[in-house]
Structure formats: C-alpha cells, structure tokens
Design a protein around this ligand. Sequence first.
Ligand SMILES: [Fe+2]
Length: 214
Amino acid sequence: MLEGRKLELFESPVYAGECQNYDICEEICALAAEHEEQTKNLRLISDGWEAQARTDDKELRGKKGVTSHGTNDQLHLLEGWERPTNLIISMAKELLKHVDREHWYSSRAEIESMWYSMYPEGGYIPEHIHSNVAFSGVFYAKAENDAGSLVFHDPAWHLKSSVWVNDAPTQAITKRQLPVYTGVMLLFPGWLPHSTMPNNSGEDRVIVGFNLGF
Ligand SMILES: [Fe+2]
C-alpha cells in the first residue's frame, strides 16, 4: 500500500482585508474616547467580561478596558460615526464577495449592531461567540506591535482532541492565532469561538466590532 495521506475535509471560513486610511482609524479612536468619557455604566472587558461588570470608575476602566457593547451597540446610527460606518460596511461587503459567486451576501449586507472596545495594557477578551449572527467582524482602529493576536477556536475542538495520543500535537491543532495591526478587518461566522491575547503593545488597542444582517 502507498503511504496514506491526511484529508482536510472541513474548514472554518475567516476573511481578512486591510485599509490604509489611517485618518479614519484615528477618527475612530477619538470618537471612542469621546464616547467613553461621556457614557455611564460601561461594561468592562478582560476579567470583568464574564462577571458582566459595569462601572463608572475611571481607574477600573483604565485597568481592565471597556466596551460600548451592552450600552451602545448602535454606533452606526450615531451622529459623527458616519465615516467609520461607511468604511466598515464597504470593507465588509468587499470581503463578503468571497462567500458566494453571486455576491448574495455582499449585496444584502447591513450593519445590525456596532460597538467599540478599548483594551489597555494587558487587556483581552475571553472566548465567546456571537449568537444568532451569520457574519460578525472586527476592525482594528489601533493595534501596535504586540497588541495581542486574535485567537479562533475550532468549534469541534473536543471531538478532534479526543484522538490525542501522548504528546503528538499534529493531530489536533484546534486554535489559530492571527496577528492584528492597525487597519485590518477580520470577518467570520458568528458561531466561530474567538478570544484575544492580552495587549502588550504599551498603547491602547482599539477595535470596532460589528454584526451583519442580510
Ligand atoms: Fe467577538
């Protein structure tokens, strides 16, 4: 018999693209900072995320990071956010052209919800999915070197890990880390579990997250 081979039958689709409009990236950072300044009861991230903690405490916000998710996830409808919204939907539509040949998804996509998150040094988001959403995305408005990768977790990790033998890791690589940088967008199915590594860049990491409707 010839040597056997491994067939990779299933994939988890993730789409990636960049914009070089760093003015809008800076604009998003300024808008997020302004919103954070004016908004009470913002939800914390890092280890505050799973505790569903909310606070007005500036020091705590600065230590763990904040998100407008849960307070305002309709940024696309806010005055002042028009340019970022246009950039994000147009980038998302470009990426969605890879989904199907007829561009069904690309032509119908609309932003259903949109929020920002600001990660200080050490800030991260624990693993989660976006329930009831076909496609979600993240746009990095600011991510310097070592800002912390985006980690995707194979949703079938427990099945694939069940054939683990000793310490042979080639059988079950169930996590993938993607490097992030200013201007990159990643689009993925809402069912795909994801998290981030801590931000170790020495500067804030600022993202806009969004869910699409069709
Ligand atoms: Fe997410």
